[in-house]
Design a protein around this ligand. Structure first.
Ligand code: PEP
Ligand code: MG
Length: 563
């Protein structure tokens, strides 16, 4: 058995198809006419741009705005002179269009890679993807080999590019396995959006085409050449999981109430208005986390106040009477926006990120808060600040919101009057100081992704240590308790919006610790509601207390599996 990073849950069994990226499908030719080669290049650019537009549209329909945005970014690269100018000059020096594209895109990708940062490494993958598409188009072989798959396979690759993934015909991918990548890589994001099991970051692939494998996306395991018993057991596990998911979906609109009558709010993490619409279909009772930075991912300039207001208003319209927690911009760390020039930092996760960045750039904060308040006129709004580590930051952020509400009033601009202010608890200092912070907020939402990374000192994007980033570590659970207890004493509510909230396995612990609201990607909602309906609050309270005293996450998982 080979283990990697669990990237998308589910079990699949099937033959492997090894996908090779970076084709060098070209022949050197002599007696070249540079003008003719430039014309061929221009034609290929138009063809690839058209194809990217089609992929953007079809992906938006299949998997939502977040997944589709990647192709918009690719179109920007394709049109960018820093990509095309070196290629054109290589052609003018006598190269074929194919070899110029290969060399030009490889040089630019290497430059990005040399920066040594996860974000820029992903951009290198994007550039090679676009180069590969241009070469295949020039060579007359169309898109990728994945576009012509006619039997369902487990796709294995060093890494998968978004356009490769999107060309796969419906039903032809059983699972993804990649050599590199982390839970936040494109492959992982797209696999989750497609509902396909995925294991990433397994290291050297070392498989042969056609090998039968079992992929368990939740366990992060790949079993090559399994015996019949292992296959039968995996198929059964997959069928059971699907039956449970189908059953859960049928009751997704019902509330999540424990056997002893305790209600837990189950809400969605979203990034766009399209996500909001999908969240309603999956039974979301509101939005626990709107990651506003996702709205601006492919925009060369940040939308102004009015444009932002329109976005928020559209999202609010999907939840007219339910809470929508709008998180102010959380940029920095591994999240970059083309519109914000970030200084290079040695440890960006410990640097100018989230609220620290918006304090430094007040115009961002002002436009955003005014837009949220204006979009929320006539309804309740919840505003939440990311990466808060001190009481002083909360005081300062609240004071700025107060100033901006006064500013709107002085202009007679309609605004929300029912305003709740909350903070993300994702920095250990905030968790430890929750009993003090609570006097300054209306609610807390615990970001277990970052809280785990900062508590356990495990970079959430680094596959080499990803196996240590388990949010069920008792150290993280103790911090959750340290937040819930003082909040409840003060009559305030506590949510969890990290990935842990969307894991049905964790639901008994989180409900047992007294968490009031769980916020997750929409497809997880039906199963988590189902898990909550199967537990009794009093029993899981005891279970959670026992978990706090265990040695580590493995013991907590053992406790949960044997209860
Ligand atoms: C978190 O850190 O748990 C969280 C929800 O925020 P993000 O994943 O956007 O950093
Ligand atoms: Mg976070």
């Amino acid at each position: 058995m080979i283990t990697g990073v669990p990237a998308s849950a589910g079990v699949a069994v099937g033959p492997l198809h090894i996908h090779v990226i970076g084709d060098t499908l070209y022949e050197e030719r002599s007696n070249l006419d540079a003008a003719e080669e430039l014309r061929r290049l221009d034609d290929a650019v138009v063809a690839v741009d058209t194809r990217l537009t089609e992929l953007e549209e079809s992906t938006r329909t299949r998997a939502g705005d977040d997944a589709a945005e990647i192709f918009g970014v690719h179109k920007l690269f394709l049109a960018d002179p820093s990509f095309s100018d070196p290629i054109r000059s290589l052609i003018e020096q006598g190269r074929t269009a194919e070899s110029a594209v290969f060399e030009g895109s490889e040089a630019l990708a290497s430059e990005f890679e040399d920066i040594g940062d996860d974000y820029f490494s992903q951009r290198a993958v994007d550039i090679r993807d676009i180069g590969g598409q241009l070469i295949r188009t020039l060579a007359g072989v169309g898109g990728s080999d994945l576009g012509t798959l006619s039997t369902p396979v487990v796709i294995a690759a060093d890494d998968l590019t978004p356009s490769d993934t999107a060309t796969i015909p419906d039903g032809m991918v059983l699972a993804f396995v990649t050599a590199v990548g982390s839970a936040t890589s494109h492959t992982a994001i797209l696999a989750r959006a497609m509902g396909v099991p995925a294991v990433v970051g397994i290291g050297d692939l070392g498989f042969e085409e056609g090998t039968t494998v079992i992929v368990d996306g939740a366990a992060g395991s790949v079993i090559p050449d399994p015996n019949e018993d292992q296959i039968a057991e995996a198929i059964l596990r997959g069928e059971n999981a699907k039956a449970i998911a189908d059953e859960a979906l049928a009751s997704a609109a019902e509330p999540a109430v424990t056997l002893d009558g305790h209600g837990v709010e189950v809400v969605a993490n979203i990034g766009t208005a399209a996500d909001a619409r999908r969240a309603v279909e999956f039974g979301a009772e509101g939005v626990g986390l709107l990651r506003t930075e996702f709205l601006f991912l492919d925009q060369p300039a940040l939308p102004d106040e009015l444009e932002q207001m329109a976005e928020y208003a559209e999202i609010f319209s999907h939840f007219p009477n339910q809470p929508v927690v709008v998180r102010t911009l959380d940029v920095g760390g591994d999240k970059h926006l083309p519109s914000i020039d970030l200084e290079e930092e040695l440890n960006p996760f410990l640097g100018k990120r989230g609220i620290r960045l918006t304090f430094a750039e007040d115009s961002l904060f002002r436009d955003q808060v005014r837009a949220i308040l204006r979009a929320g006129a006539g309804r309740a709004v919840q505003i939440m600040f990311p990466m808060v580590g001190s009481v002083d930051e909360v005081r300062r952020a609240r004071a700025r919101v107060d100033e901006l509400t006064a500013e709107l009033d002085s202009e007679w601009t309609p605004r929300a009057t029912d305003i709740e202010i909350g903070v993300m608890i994702e920095v250990p200092s905030a968790a430890v100081m929750a009993d003090v912070l609570v006097d300054h907020v209306d609610f807390f939402s615990i970001g277990t992704n970052d809280l785990t990374q900062y508590t356990l000192a495990v970079d959430r994007t680094n596959p080499a240590v990803a196996h240590m980033a388990d949010a069920l570590h008792p150290a993280v659970l103790r911090l959750i308790r340290a937040v819930v207890e003082p909040a409840h004493v003060a009559g305030k509510w506590v949510g969890v919006c990290g990935e842990l909230a969307g894991d049905p396995v964790a639901a008994p612990i989180l409900v047992g610790l007294g968490v009031d609201e769980l916020s997750m990607s929409a497809p997880s909602i039906p199963l988590v509601k189902q898990a909550i309906r199967a537990i009794s609050r009093s029993a899981v309270r005891d279970l959670a207390m026992r978990a706090l005293d265990l040695d580590g996450p493995a013991e907590v998982r053992e406790l949960l599996s044997t209860r």
